[in-house]
Write a new protein. Structure first.
Length: 234
């Protein structure tokens, strides 16, 4: 139950502090995973990507090479669903012998993508800093700190999917229609949900609910498995 409590505490703190400067490095990390989700789908269902970038203001984009409608559909879904899947993978690998390689693998992946598709950019700078932090953790060789960092980045990735789909997709779509919240925005940006709405004819808000449900299910699965693992150790 100790691990379950830690996951819950991390999730609550991340969501509460989401718009604070303290969480900014984590938000950028989660945006990178979001764009990696698009990229993965582009390589699996399309012809790969031409450009990959994430900015200091927490925006990101991936220039993809699609093969057609189904390819574009999967690529558009890859962002938020990819964030959830990467989070689950990180938290799963933490329970295996691969745990000590997670941060290093992420650092190498970020650097490789930055050099190949981002060039001299903030994405490259962030990747270098992330790699330096990962190297420092390996040098310290403190398993408790390493575990905490992995927990934080894993739970934060799920929190990103929850927060972003609810605020930037569901609430945004409601505000565009009903003008409920001043300052949230009433113009229609070309988001993943809007692209899917254009492709399928289904409203953008529906895709927001689908992604939110996937993120909440991921949280449920993570906490459930953690509880079962805790019971098994008794």
């Amino acid at each position: 139950m100790r691990q379950l409590g830690r996951y819950t505490l991390i999730l609550v703190l991340v969501l509460v502090l989401w718009n604070s400067v303290v969480i900014k490095p984590l938000k950028i990390f989660t945006v990178i995973l979001h764009e990696l989700g698009h990229s993965l789908m582009a390589f699996v269902f399309g012809y790969g990507i031409q450009e990959f970038n994430v900015s200091l203001n927490e925006s990101g984009y991936t220039v993809v090479q699609s093969k057609g409608w189904f390819s574009s559909f999967m690529i558009a879904n890859g962002g938020y669903l990819g964030s959830v899947l990467f989070a689950l993978l990180i938290l799963y690998l933490k329970r295996t012998g691969f745990k000590k390689y997670i941060l290093g693998t992420l650092a190498i992946l970020f650097l490789a993508i930055s050099f190949k598709f981002s060039g001299l950019s903030f994405m490259l700078l962030y990747s270098i800093i992330f790699a330096g932090a990962a190297l420092l953790l390996y040098m310290v060789q403190n398993e408790k700190i390493n575990d905490l960092v992995i927990d934080i980045i894993g739970i934060s990735s799920v929190a990103y999917a929850v927060y972003d789909t609810f605020v930037d997709t569901i609430l945004l779509q409601l505000n565009i229609r009903f003008h409920m919240i001043q300052g949230l925005g009433v113009k229609q940006p070309l988001t993943d949900a809007v692209q899917l709405a254009q492709m399928t004819g289904l409203p953008a808000i529906l895709w927001g609910f689908i992604w939110l449900a996937a993120a909440l299910f991921a949280i449920y699965v993570t906490l459930l498995k953690t509880r079962k693992a805790a019971r098994g150790k008794r």
